[in-house]
Write a protein that binds this ligand. Structure first.
Ligand SMILES: NC(=O)C1=CN([C@@H]2O[C@H](COP(=O)(O)OP(=O)(O)OC[C@H]3O[C@@H](n4cnc5c(N)ncnc54)[C@H](OP(=O)(O)O)[C@@H]3O)[C@@H](O)[C@H]2O)C=CC1
Ligand SMILES: Nc1nc(=O)c2c([nH]1)NC[C@@H]1CN(c3ccc(C(=O)N[C@@H](CCC(=O)O)C(=O)O)cc3)C=[N+]21
Length: 296
């Protein structure tokens, strides 16, 4: 039997709709327009696409989009000075510095410089610590988007076996924290995990965040499991290229109960959650009630 395909694009449109409603409310009732600043250093073509999409969707939901495109040779000091300026700008409620940054810039220093209250990526150690201790945090967008889809699919995640493949700070680890918070039994697998296929086959919920095109095939998937494919990999396809996930979709779809496609799965949800986090940050900054269903 073929799995249900989770429509991340439609789900994201729904989230953006809720964001737009709340933005309209903030403007009308409070006279506040949430603002998102996105900083891009250098000219990585994939990053340029994301930044363009983010800017477009930010404006579509009624928020202000502030874009800073800096030359690849920008010094760390100049980047930190810009972040300081954005931290102190009352019109800016969310700040995102697109990763990766060029080698001469220390990404950890940049993330630490962003005010935790404006850290809509949820990468600042304050937010990492708050999430890890079950306190109110800014939650990283990609794992938040995955959690929203999983809650919709399962209702409660309590007691389910969840396996996250990948232990990065931006996806794997926060994903595991969120699943744990929803009372799933969580395993984190990575490049040193023994019998990884066997570990994956125990998962009711399998989240792939590896960065290896189509590594996880149908025979790694427990029949009926929900598979969330975070991977975004561009691979050659004849003369052109195509986007594939970390899951081999055609084989996994035959075994899983539900699965996210690439493209059209986690990617659009990431951007929708960035907008959701920006509204949340704006409400917190002004001591206003937060929108429902847009946080973890
Ligand atoms: N859809 C979206 O919005 C987003 C998508 N992505 C995509 O998600 C993927 C993961 O991103 P990210 O977390 O940043 O990647 P990283 O490269 O930071 O982390 C990859 C993780 O996968 C593990 N890994 C690598 N090879 C294997 C293997 N053969 N077997 C098991 N585990 C392995 C690594 O293990 P170890 O730690 O042992 O090295 C590491 O923990 C990428 O394709 C990226 O493009 C990322 C962010 C957002
Ligand atoms: N500080 C920071 N925060 C991030 O959240 C961040 C980042 N840096 N660096 C890069 C990764 C990657 N990322 C994606 C966002 C949207 C899509 C997306 O919308 N994907 C579409 C397709 C896009 C296409 O066609 O290329 C989809 O999957 O359907 C993908 C990937 C956010 N990231």
């Amino acid at each position: 039997m073929s799995a249900k395909i989770i429509d991340g694009k439609a789900f994201a449109a729904n989230v953006r709709g809720k964001v737009a409603d709340h933005v309209a409310h903030l403007k009308e009732v409070n006279g506040i327009t949430p603002g998102l600043a996105v900083v891009l250093v250098g000219e990585d073509p994939a990053s340029q696409v994301y930044v363009r999409n983010k800017g477009k969707q930010t404006v579509e939901v009624g928020m202000n989009s502030i874009e800073h495109k800096l030359d690849a040779s920008t010094s760390e000091a100049d980047l930190l000075a810009l972040i300081d300026q954005l931290n102190n700008d009352p019109e800016v409620h969310g700040i995102l510095c697109q990763l990766p940054v060029p080698d001469h810039i220390d990404a950890d220093k940049v993330l630490a410089a962003i005010s935790p209250a404006k850290d809509v990526d949820g990468f600042h150690i304050s937010n990492v610590g708050l999430l890890g201790t079950g306190q109110k945090a800014m939650v990283p967008c990609t794992p938040l988007g995955c959690l929203m889809m999983l809650r919709e699919e399962h209702g409660s995640l309590s007691g389910l076996n969840a396996v996250v493949v990948g232990r990065s700070n931006i996806v794997g680890k926060p994903m595991a924290q969120l699943l744990l918070r929803d009372s799933a039994t969580v395993t984190i697998a990575h490049s040193r995990t023994k019998d990884i296929e066997e570990v994956c086959r125990r998962a009711d919920i399998l989240v792939a965040a590896v960065g290896r095109p189509e590594m996880i095939t149908g025979d790694w998937v427990k029949p009926g499991a929900t598979v969330i494919d975070v991977g975004i990999n561009r691979i050659p396809n004849g003369e052109k290229t195509k986007l594939v996930g970390d899951v081999h979709f055609d084989s996994a779809v035959e075994v899983a109960g539900a699965i996210t496609p690439v493209p059209g799965g986690v990617g659009p949800m990431t951007i929708a959650c960035l907008l959701a986090n920006t509204v949340t940050a704006c409400c917190r900054a002004h001591g206003l009630e937060e929108p429902e269903g847009l946080t973890a």
